[in-house]
Design a binder for this molecule. Sequence first.
Ligand SMILES: Cc1cc2nc3c(=O)[nH]c(=O)nc-3n(C[C@H](O)[C@H](O)[C@H](O)COP(=O)(O)OP(=O)(O)OC[C@H]3O[C@@H](n4cnc5c(N)ncnc54)[C@H](O)[C@@H]3O)c2cc1C
Length: 365
Amino acid sequence: MDSCDVLIVGGGPAGSSCAWGLRSSGLRVVVLDKARFPRNKVCGGWITPFVIKALEIDGEDYARGRTFQPITGFRISAIGQAEVNVPYSEPISYGIRRCEFDEYLLRRSGAHVCEGTAISKIERNGDGWIVNGKIKTRLLIGAGGHFCPVARFLGNNQEEEPVVAQETEFEMDEQQAGSCAIEEEVPELYFCRDLLGYGWCFRKGNFLNIGLGRLDQHGLPEHVSDFVRFLRAKRKIAFDLPQRMSGHAYLLYGRSPRKVVDDSLLLIGDSAGLAFLQSGEGIRPAVESGLMAAQVIKSANGGYTRDRLQAYGELLSKEYGKGKRRTSASRLPRKLRNAAGRMLLTTQWFCRRMVVESWFLRKSN
Ligand SMILES: Cc1cc2nc3c(=O)[nH]c(=O)nc-3n(C[C@H](O)[C@H](O)[C@H](O)COP(=O)(O)OP(=O)(O)OC[C@H]3O[C@@H](n4cnc5c(N)ncnc54)[C@H](O)[C@@H]3O)c2cc1C
């Protein structure tokens, strides 16, 4: 039987960041993923500077042979309204392709990686675990995304309210690139008129990523089709999308809390339901939670009781528990609130200070 100290299920940004955080701990760390890398992940591929800094990524080195698109502003509107341009003098975010980014993080994590292996069975074994009947581990980390089997094993995934989203990413040919009105450094965000979600158009060199996510789980395909028709009518794109959209779901922190800690077990990233409420950003909390988990594991000195690991749950609440208070605006009738919201989305102040800096870049947190 193979054995390790820490078995991480899932080699996305959460799992690879946790493994990277443990790289000099002396612990034997294994990352197991059902996919073989490079693998794609349904995602817009927008990352904030926090991710680059926390993972000590050398942007120049990363950009060699990979897409690394600086973003120096956003163009923001509610669908059908005037657009507001919010420029900055330096990069405030970056665009990556998940097939490249996730593989890069996983390969440099320092862990032993088992690809093409799905987790199928989890059994308690004293104060540790036996996984798939053949890998013994002291500590099990669930990093398998929204449908993570370790999260399900803990009793999560019931009556939750996930964000549902669809996107497509493709390389434009010369003609498509020439007729695409989206600027590389300025992704465009289009809020749904009921403010329950937003669509995006994001150009990374010759790659174009278009998608839409909503809090409301009904009628997503119709919202997406309307959005694509709108983009064509506005001449943002002058061609039919060459491939169908792919969809996925994930949880926003605070909306459907999951149990994330148990004896010898932790959940990180989407498996723990940590994406940010207003922007839907999930890569940063995946990375951050992976690093927090690594920090707590190192300080636990081999004692992985729930009480000791609870320090991880406390770190999460401390970092993400802020900003959940109800504002007086949330007590207004929905119609009035939406009309006020759409009006604010036509102002430079609101788009810059609230949408970009507070919601997307979390500058006030
Ligand atoms: C349409 C859409 C657009 C998005 N756009 C953005 C964006 O632009 N920026 C942003 O920050 N966030 C975005 N997100 C959210 C972001 O994609 C996720 O929050 C992020 O990928 C979470 O990382 P993770 O490592 O927790 O999980 P994942 O990236 O989902 O990785 C989980 C890994 O676990 C593996 N796995 C799953 N089940 C098993 C199993 N049974 N056995 C073994 N391995 C398994 C999978 O193969 C996968 O590699 C978007 C989400 C969607 C749906």
